[in-house]
Design a protein around this ligand. Structure first.
Ligand code: ZN
Ligand code: ZN
Length: 90
């Protein structure tokens, strides 16, 4: 497996394509165990409603699980502001 394939595969795994694997010398197969994932115009896509489909952070656009609205670093940034508001109310 080439470095490029490794990078592609880890990127795909981040986005929920957990059945991806390298094919040939430089290709990767896009696979998801929850849907019939496919590659459209070079972009890996889950079927609509797939539970593995990643969402995007509302702040920076980083891929995150669908259950979250912000990525960890953006959520951390917001937390101190929230604390200040609570203190002001007291
Ligand atoms: Zn999927
Ligand atoms: Zn973010």
């Amino acid at each position: 497996m080439t470095r490029k394939q490794q990078q592609l595969l880890s990127h795909l795994e981040e986005r929920g394509f957990d059945r991806s694997y390298p094919t040939g010398r430089k290709g990767v197969h896009v696979g998801c165990n929850q849907c019939e994932a496919c590659c459209i115009n070079g972009i890996a896509c889950h079927e609509t409603g797939c539970p593995n489909q990643a969402s995007e952070c509302g702040e920076c656009g980083a891929p995150i699980p669908r259950t979250q609205r912000l990525c960890t670093s953006c959520a951390d940034d917001l937390f101190p502001d929230y604390q200040d508001e609570v203190n002001d109310d007291q």
